[in-house]
Design a protein around this ligand. Structure first.
Ligand code: S3P
Length: 416
């Protein structure tokens, strides 16, 4: 195991760069955007709303339409597999004087949308659902009123949806969370001249008449880098360097948990770029020990929990995750998907209502796993497979295209 790898651009920042550039005055320049199925879904929905989004490219320019410049769509908005596309753009549509129908694939259609429908309805928008609170959903937008909303949860998608709705309606919005979720929207809004105040787990956006265009260098996605941090830690030896990784403190929970488990990760070349902390990670193989993840830590590593479970199984240590019921409503029920697949390859794991346990076991791991179409499950088991001595086959490996299309090539290159 050796090499230097620059994983693709951050998915959360990529979605936001397209949305906020479309709402800005003037031409924004986005470099290093993630070209994946999820980000393509956001680009396509924005195009349907009249935004001038060119094909995704390493350097792209987006001419903004202004904060009220989007137009009614002529067809339904297809959000494919992407929760971020749906929830953030529901906030955008809710603040425009038109209606739009949101659709998605089977996985997205099962995911709860009440969490954005509730605050946006309180602000004055109207939502129509056909089955429960999943897609398809039709959003009828209006001039919204101000809101002071406690989410009683920790969700950057909900927070961002409300912030975008307030921005476009030019009203003050305040959102309080249980603990702070990722804050890329707030950082980008500030960099574009908006008045955003953050106080612990509360964020307040004051009305602005316009957003300035922006130049963004999208850093490497820490959720994608996490797969290689895990691989290098589990390897028999060697060293891997991951460059330009976004080290925003709301995203570094996985590194914290791995370090607690004994992983050897050094951070170098720390700098600030476009309002985000970034740096390089040098990871060396190390013996790992057991750990526990509880609710307070969950928002900072929510997307990395399936991987952490695979790391524990690969390192043959105990892991307990609690306070993470949210995993059940991600791209798949990630608690069930992780536990059933770990068992399918011979590991000892059990489901908890709000988490899971992995028990140290010496059994050899081998077999076929079904990622249930979930990119992060496929990649987590891909890492477990590549870690020495594990013969695991991932069925339907192409689902990684949602967030990391060249994952298997990168894995082959560094694990060769
Ligand atoms: C995201 C927020 C998180 C995360 C998702 C991306 C975002 O979801 O799991 O992958 O870009 O805002 P929640 O807001 O549902 O926690």
């Amino acid at each position: 195991m050796s090499g230097i790898i620059r994983v693709p651009g951050d998915k959360s920042i990529s979605h936001r760069s397209l949305i906020l550039a479309s709402l800005a005055d003037g031409e924004s320049c986005i470099r290093g955007i993630l070209d994946s199925e999820d980000v393509r879904a956001t680009a396509e929905v924005l195009r349907s709303l009249g935004a001038a989004i060119p094909p995704l490219a390493d350097e792209m320019r987006v001419k903004g339409a202004g904060i009220r410049g989007l137009r009614p769509p002529r067809r339904a908005l297809d959000c494919a597999n992407s929760g971020t596309t749906t929830r953030l753009l529901a906030g955008v549509v809710a603040a425009h004087p038109f209606s739009a129908r949101f659709e998605g694939d089977a996985s997205l259609s099962r995911r709860p949308m009440k969490r954005v429908a509730e605050p946006l309805t309180y602000m004055g928008a109207r939502f129509e659902f056909e089955h429960g609170d999943g897609l398809p959903m039709t959003v009828h937008g209006v001039d919204l009123r101000s809101i002071d909303w406690d989410t009683h949860a920790s969700s950057a998608q909900v927070k961002s949806s409300i912030l975008l709705a307030g921005l476009i309606s030019e009203v003050e919005v305040r959102v309080t969370e249980k603990s702070p979720s990722r804050d890329h929207t707030e950082r980008m809004l500030r960099a574009m001249g908006a008045d955003v105040e953050i106080d612990g787990n509360q964020v307040c956006l004051r009305p602005a008449r316009r957003l300035n265009a922006i130049e963004i260098d999208v850093p490497a996605d820490p959720s994608s880098a996490a797969f290689f941090v895990a691989l290098a830690s589990l390897a028999g030896g060697g060293e891997l360097t991951l460059t330009d990784v976004c080290l925003n403190p709301t995203r570094t929970g996985f590194l914290g948990a791995m370090t607690r488990m004994g992983a050897q990760v050094d951070t170098t070349a720390r700098r600030i770029s476009g309002g985000e902390e970034i740096g390089s990670l040098r990871v060396r193989a190390a013996p790992l020990r057991s750990t526990r993840i509880t609710e307070a830590e969950v928002p900072s590593l929510i997307d990395e929990l399936p991987l952490l479970a695979c790391v524990a199984a690969g390192a043959r240590v105990d892991l307990e995750i609690t306070g993470a019921a949210e995993l059940r409503v991600k791209e798949s029920d990630r608690i069930s998907a992780v536990v059933q697949n770990l068992r399918a390859v011979g590991a000892d794991a059990e489901e908890l209502p709000d988490g899971l346990r992995v028990h140290a076991s010496r059994r050899e791991l081998s077999g076929t796993i079904d990622p249930r179409g979930d990119h992060r499950i496929a990649m987590a088991f891909g890492i477990l497979s590549a870690a020495s001595g594990n013969r695991i086959t991932v069925s339907n490996p192409d689902c990684v295209a949602v967030s990391y299309p060249r994952f298997w090539e990168d894995l082959r290159r560094v694990a060769a």
